[in-house]
Design a protein. Structure first.
Length: 333
């Protein structure tokens, strides 16, 4: 167990909580309790909308999952998830969001009730909840726990870390509502953006034995097939997780669903103080998605070149490379 990194994590988490409480208390509250809870009283400026959108998406299932996927694929095909997301977010800002805000909806199922009927709303709400409970939350808790155990070298059962993360996350979401979630997401997002971009840079320095440019040269010249994006098979002849034809078929439908109808995502944009603020937030977040592969895919490719890493399965890649390149005191940040 790495005591120094755990202490830095507790201090950083406490600082985020402190500033979140201070900021939320100073924000205007809505007289409508439902609106206040689900959309933060529609008081969010575009930077908060953008930050919350990015961090809602840029969580452990992305950091651990995508880096692990490109490591297992031995190809950079995972970049498609980020690139196509930018196009789907543009559609959200210009097509879907104006319709949501024009009628004052607080949830996407409410839009479906007006468009169809109450039965449709209930069915879709049930499907969303079922998906969150059986698909999204288990993956988030599992990957988050793996990252914590890997980075902090914890010698405790996985289920205990899962229970702790789930309890803490539920507490601040339930008692604070969307406003506290969005503000804390924005604060965390700044740190995650800086730290996330620092990981591939430091990894390249480590790969080049202290030289960033030597590491970059190794990345491009040694097994350049690892950088393949538009491919169906990898260097070993195995089918990759995202063959390029899927970009022309089902991939875009998934992206539009996730960014334009998924309540967890759209709720952030609905909380904007105006349509213009919401659109600016979504469009800025879409631009930042183009930077995402540097954090979500590149470390996994770099790890393929690091023969001194001990990795039993691909989901351990991100935690292993972070622990390998960062000093102990910074792991908790």
């Amino acid at each position: 167990m790495n005591t120094i990194s755990i202490i830095s994590f507790i201090v950083a988490t406490g600082a985020v909580a402190f500033f979140t409480i201070r900021i939320v208390r100073g924000m205007k509250k809505s007289d409508n309790a439902t609106e206040e809870y689900f959309t933060g009283g529609r008081a969010l400026a575009w930077p908060v909308v953008a930050g919350s959108l990015l961090l809602t998406n840029l969580s452990t299932e992305q950091l651990v999952g995508l880096n692990g996927a490109v490591f297992g694929d031995k190809a950079l095909v995972g970049i498609a998830w980020e690139a196509l997301a930018a196009f789907a977010m543009i559609a959200t800002a210009l097509i879907f969001l104006p319709k949501y805000l024009a009628s004052g909806f607080t949830t996407t199922p409410a839009f479906l009730e007006k468009r169809f009927d109450k039965t449709t709303r209930s069915m879709v709400s049930g499907l969303f909840l079922f998906g969150y409970v059986t698909v999204l939350l288990p993956v988030v808790l599992y990957t988050g726990s793996l990252a914590m155990i890997g980075m902090f070298d914890l010698n405790i059962p996985l289920w205990l870390v899962v229970a702790t993360i789930g309890s803490l996350g539920s507490a601040y979401a339930i008692f604070g509502g969307l406003k506290s979630v969005a503000v804390s997401d924005t604060i965390n997002g700044v740190g995650l953006l800086v730290g996330g971009l620092a990981i591939p840079v430091l990894a390249l320095v480590a790969l080049g034995d202290g030289s960033f440019f030597l590491g970059l040269r190794t990345l491009f010249n040694t097994n350049p097939e690892y950088l393949a994006v538009m491919t169906q098979t990898n260097v070993d002849g195995n089918v990759v997780s995202v063959p390029w034809p899927t970009l022309l078929t089902g991939m875009m439908f998934i992206q539009v669903f996730y960014w334009s109808t998924n309540q967890v995502i759209v709720q952030r944009a609905m909380a904007a103080k105006s349509l213009a603020e919401g659109q600016k937030g979504v469009l800025f977040a879409s631009a930042m998605k183009l930077v995402g592969p540097l954090m979500l895919c590149l470390p996994g490719i770099i790890a393929l070149h690091m023969t001194d890493l001990t990795i039993d399965k691909q989901d351990q890649v991100y935690g292993a490379i972070v622990r390998h390149i960062l000093p102990d005191w910074s792991l908790g940040l």
